[in-house]
Design a protein around this ligand. Structure first.
Ligand code: IVH
Length: 667
């Protein structure tokens, strides 16, 4: 490869990797397997090594992803949270072993552990109490998610025995298979998108704003790394066994190994045994046991030299690609789906697999009739990851991507920044109509009960509804003749539709289904623009000034309201009596409490507790339920909890009364 070729190739790779980072970290919806991702990064690393002048400061080889969610307070890690070098090959392990021996000599041992597939977390304990839980974030600082983590049952809030006064313990939060299946079933019933895999479900759960919701999701945890000044032992293994005695969940399947051969035996054993575990693992982590030797080995820029992750390959099978179908989603997004010759993969027969988008098909050069490699990682839907080109026969046909919607025949569109094609006929295309209504009635939107996917389909087929505004014209008499709808359920549906007229405006804005306007975005818009009229009148520049609204969202809002059909629907919803403006209390007043966390306790003379909490939010602050080191103020009223006051004193959190709170607001 000459310099010019390397330059073009590295730029292209960087762009692709960044897109995958976005899918993984921001959308929590990975498009390719970890293995393929690692191959891309390794390819880029190789080019940058050969042509160092091509390396850019912002190259994905120079940083790992970031899971910071702006709604949480960010906290700097006392010890950075490093990632691990990883490998898929035994020969890399032998090299790793050689490098270690070169530095420490022959006298050392390894500890092998399973690599749990979840979200890493760092817990701080002071005087035996859990005081803080922080996500990895960018490794330097992460989100403080203590209130959510406290809901995970096997994480001790208080520990017992002879523990150091202060220490950190790190581990992985994950969602066991049983919780994952239950959650996805509930989501599908509520018309919400199911999570692609337990890891994504975990990431989504940890970032929920409401910790009582987290508690219901059945998360679990294993801890695997103790850090601090006065640890009980001079080796990792004994420290973990000690931590177990204090009450921490430590895996049973940790093993000390004297040689790299024993490490490889452990890996081979667990590559099959792991399938019996009730949670996902994606590899084995190999660590040098002795802490002094760990220190001697030290760190590279990104990861310790004393540990490495061996990643299991996802299970694969080879089969024939028979044909390609196209599915149209709620938003009009087109997904190509492969029909396969049925093949057994990881215990189930696979007949269909996702092909993601046109670019992916072109990149892999997939043709119908090809012999393809199907992979099942943590995802429910298997995917095609490659083609056996050497097996290609005359039967293979280059594939023409569709130009028109398979459901309604409308010409498809594709924006430059988007990977997928879209059907623009949002109010006239069957799956989009049904999808929009399902979204509208879902729990976080209008929360209309009694209308499942099947009932909506039934109402649509009977010409009773064709859009969300039609719901408000439904009568009990129209519902009664339909199959499966009795007197009682008809009454419930009508009552629930009636009740939805009280749903607050920000949820109505979310419910009408403007592309890219999710729950949080709707909330941000309503903080600035307080009614549907203001939003409809807002121009592009006005929209861009709103927090977290970029060009893509602004354009989508403008486009939505420019459509006459959407204008009619909004008008009909308004006539039906839905909330089309924010209640006074929701409106943002100032940013004076931005970045501050409040705990409110007791009763107050001039406010209800809820009113006081609302004021905090209106001034940009955040209400949290438990006091931790990152709490800014405890607002203590009459009969405020004694335990809270003691804890605030202990952690040096400022305690203020109602008068002082008023002063702060009026300052
Ligand atoms: S040790 C400095 N042990 O894998 C060593 N990590 O890139 C810190 N993981 O971010 C990590 N199981 O989230 C370690 N038994 C285990 C693990 C484990 C899962 C995750 C962790 C880390 C990533 C490695």
């Amino acid at each position: 490869m000459n310099f010019t070729e390397a330059k073009i190739k590295s730029e292209k790779l960087r762009k692709i990797i960044e897109q995958h980072n976005h899918s993984y970290y921001v959308d929590a919806n990975p498009v390719i397997s970890d293995f393929e991702y690692d191959l891309l990064v390794k390819e880029l690393e190789k080019i940058e090594k050969e042509f160092p002048e091509l390396q850019t400061a912002d190259s994905p080889t120079q940083r790992t992803g970031n899971d910071i969610n702006n709604e949480f307070v960010q906290v700097k890690h006392k010890y950075p949270m490093l990632s691990l070098g990883n490998t898929y090959s035994e020969s890399d392990l032998v090299d790793f072993d050689r490098r270690i021996k070169k530095i420490t000599g022959d006298d050392f041992e390894y500890v092998c552990e399973l690599k749990f597939d979840g979200i890493s977390i760092s817990l701080t304990y002071k005087n035996g109490m859990l005081t803080q839980a922080v996500t990895r974030g960018d490794g330097e600082k992460g989100d403080e998610v203590t209130a959510n983590i406290r809901t995970i049952r096997n994480i001790p809030l208080k520990i017992y025995g002879d523990y150091p006064e202060e220490f950190e313990i790190r581990g992985e939060i994950f969602m066991p298979h049983a919780s994952f299946e239950r959650l996805n079933k509930e989501r599908e019933e509520a018309g919400e998108m199911p999570f692609a895999n337990p890891r994504n479900a975990t990431a989504g759960t940890i970032k929920l704003q409401n910790s009582s919701q987290v508690a219901k999701r059945g998360l679990d945890c294993f801890l695997y790394y103790l850090l601090g000044e006065n640890l009980p032992h001079s080796n990792h293994y004994d420290n973990l066994q000690e931590a177990k005695k204090w009450g921490f969940p430590i895996s049973q399947n940790i093993q000390k190994c004297q040689t790299i051969r024993q490490v490889i035996d452990y890996i081979n054993l667990w590559d099959t045994e792991r399938k019996k575990l009730p949670y996902d693992t994606d590899g084995v982590v190999i660590k040098v046991n002795n802490i002094e030797q760990q220190e001697e080995l030290g760190l590279t820029a990104k990861s310790p030299r004393w540990a490495i992750a061996y990643k299991f390959k996802a299970e694969q099978a080879t089969t024939k690609l028979l044909s390609i179908d196209f599915q149209v989603g709620r938003t009009g997004a087109i997904t190509p789906v492969a029909n396969l010759q049925p093949v057994l993969l990881a215990g189930t027969t696979v007949k269909r697999a996702s092909l993601h988008n046109q670019e992916q098909i072109n990149l892999l050069d997939i043709r119908t009739g090809d012999s393809v490699i199907v992979e099942k990682g943590g995802e429910i839907i298997p995917k095609i990851v490659g083609v056996n080109k050497s097996h290609r026969t005359d039967e293979s046909k280059e594939f023409e991507y569709i130009t028109h919607c398979p459901e309604c025949g409308t010409k498809l569109e594709r924006e430059e920044s988007e990977a997928k094609h879209f059907c623009p006929n949002e109010n006239g295309c069957h799956p989009q109509i049904i999808g929009k209504i399902e979204h509208f009635i879902s729990r976080k939107a209008m929360a209309i009960d009694g209308l499942g996917a099947e009932t909506i389909e039934l109402l649509y087929k009977n010409h009773l509804i064709a859009n969300v505004a039609d719901l408000y014209d439904l009568t009990k008499e129209q519902l009664l003749p339909l199959e499966r709808i009795g007197e009682k359920s008809a009454e419930n549906i009508i009552k629930s539709i009636e009740d939805s007229k009280n749903v607050e405006f920000q949820r109505v804005l979310f419910a009408i289904g403007i592309r890219f306007v999710g729950e949080t975005t709707a909330k941000k818009i309503v903080e600035k623009l307080h009614s549907i009229d203001e939003i409809m009148a807002a121009n592009y520049e006005t929209l861009l000034q709103i927090d977290e609204i970029g060009e893509r969202i602004a354009q989508s809002i403008i486009k939505y309201f420019a459509n006459q059909k959407n204008q009619n629907i909004v008008q009909r919803l308004r006539n039906a009596g839905l909330q089309m403006e924010a209640k006074e209390t929701l409106i943002k007043i100032s940013d004076k409490f931005k970045g501050m966390n409040f705990v409110v306790s007791g009763t107050f003379a001039s406010y209800s507790r809820d009113a006081l909490k609302q004021l905090i939010e209106q001034h940009g602050g955040k209400n949290v339920s438990a006091i931790s080191a990152s709490t800014t103020y405890l607002v203590a009223g009459e009969k405020s909890g004694q335990a809270k006051i003691e804890k605030a004193n202990k952690l040096k959190v400022k305690i203020i009364d109602e008068n002082k709170f008023n002063e702060l607001i009026n300052e």
